[in-house]
Ligand binder design. Structure first.
Ligand SMILES: [Ca+2]
Ligand SMILES: [Ca+2]
Length: 424
């Protein structure tokens, strides 16, 4: 439960000793009010939220006023140091990707959260261990994390190699206190450590991870939370949009390379088809342009209205390079049509009916060309004229596309781009 109040507030119902009832704006003296005059704040077990950390107020919470016995002042100074930001299910820490993440629960309190306890099919309950023995069912001194699967796969979350001897681990489906139990574990790992498998997980599935200890054997200390993917790391997606959104053009939106696709290479081309949409429709036909490429995608250079996201060493797929190299397939010059789609007018967009650009194996770097090889990663943008009232007074760039060509023997790129599907 996450109180929505800040500072002084009245709660509904009678406060319970285990219920956070007051969100204090900081350490200090705060006026608080009990909703029930028969239950003034004289209990020493009152829980108070400071920011998003739940802390136990160990001293007498308030001095009841004779005139308003339900009101008082809670002196919080000195009682709340070291509160954890992720002590409660309402404020989990986000974990990115795969790997080992350190945790330390020296300042954690026991939340009692169990995600409804009932596990998903095939899972062990999130609140089962020590059933019938009261508080030992809970994960003691627990902390909360949120993790989102970065790709499809079979994952495993465990606490192996923790310094703490006896960990407990719950994994819930969701991202906050409304998350529901997937599976809990106490001792299925080495010794008394914990492990929860997450089979058949899909990219984007989010989990609330609750980790702490079995209080009879361990109190607090250093732990590890390991998130692994069986079969290796997530595969690199063949096409990824970066540097997005690009800067707006004078027409009010930006040029997007998302419709680009990567198919199998053939005798003439790399299999990559670049496509650009969102061009400045109203400015047709002055807004011509061409694609550019680089081995690096870490640039951030403002040129006229646009951002060059490619590395400084980039090359142009244009008429000049094509002429110098004697390779007409290196020319990608085109312009936006009245739908804002980039229309090739040099005959190198053939696979998409004259739109976009079929990227050849040869690359436009000067003076000697390179060729695209299996396993290469390249970055692409579209450069284009971006006029306001005077043709030729400005230029702009699309967002950036990172392309990971399949490694040798990789079995093909799997087709499709960020926008899905092939050329229309
Ligand atoms: Ca906790
Ligand atoms: Ca354990």
């Amino acid at each position: 439960m996450q109180p929505e109040c800040r500072g002084f507030r009245q709660i509904e119902g009678k406060p319970r000793p285990d219920e956070p009832i007051f969100l204090a704006p900081g350490i200090g003296a705060h006026r608080i009010r009990a909703p029930d005059p028969t239950h003034p704040f004289t209990d020493s077990g009152l829980k108070i939220l400071i920011g998003s950390s739940m802390c136990l107020l160990a001293a007498t919470a308030a001095n009841a006023s004779p005139l308003a016995p339900q009101e008082g002042t809670a002196a919080l100074g000195g009682l709340l140091g070291g509160g954890l930001s992720n002590d409660d299910c309402s404020s989990p820490t986000t974990l990115e990707g795969l790997g080992s993440f350190e945790w330390n629960n020296e300042s954690a309190t026991t939340s009692g959260f169990n995600g409804g306890s009932t596990p998903e099919a095939g899972g062990a309950p999130c609140y089962a261990f020590g059933a019938g023995t009261g508080s030992s069912q809970a994960i003691a001194y627990d902390q909360f994390f949120v993790w989102t699967a970065p790709c499809d796969g079979n994952f495993v979350i465990d606490t192996f190699d923790s310094s703490i001897v006896d960990t407990k681990l719950n994994v819930h489906r969701g991202t906050d206190c409304s998350a529901t139990c997937v599976e809990g574990d106490d001792d299925d790992g080495p010794g008394l450590l914990s492990v929860v498998p997450l089979p058949a997980t899909q990219a984007g599935d989010s989990y609330l991870i609750q980790v702490g200890v079995f209080a009879a054997n361990s109190t607090t200390g250093n732990g590890l939370l390991n998130i692994l993917r069986l079969g290796g790391p997530c595969p690199t997606p063949p096409l990824t949009i970066l540097c997005d959104p690009a800067n707006d053009h004078f027409g009010g939106t930006y040029v997007d390379l998302s419709p680009s696709t990567l198919g199998p290479p053939n005798f003439a081309t790399s299999g990559l088809h670049l496509a650009a949409t969102g061009g400045p429709i109203a400015l047709h036909p002055e807004t011509w342009g061409y694609f550019i490429t680089s081995l690096e995608g870490t640039g951030n250079t403002l040129i006229n209205r646009g951002i060059l996201c490619l590395g400084a060493s980039f090359a142009r797929y244009n008429h000049q390079v094509a002429t110098l190299r004697g390779l007409p397939q290196l020319n990608s010059v085109g312009r936006f049509d009245t739908n804002g789609e980039f229309q090739n007018f040099v005959g190198t967009g053939g696979s998409a009916g004259g739109f976009g650009f079929d990227v050849p194996f040869e690359m436009p770097f000067m003076p000697n060309g390179q060729t695209i090889l299996p396993g290469d990663t390249l970055f692409f943008q579209l450069w284009y004229r971006d006029v306001e009232s005077v043709p030729g007074d400005s230029s702009n760039f699309s967002n950036m596309l990172r392309v990971s060509f399949p490694p040798p023997g990789g079995g093909g790129p799997g087709g499709g781009g960020p926008g899905g599907g092939g050329p229309e």
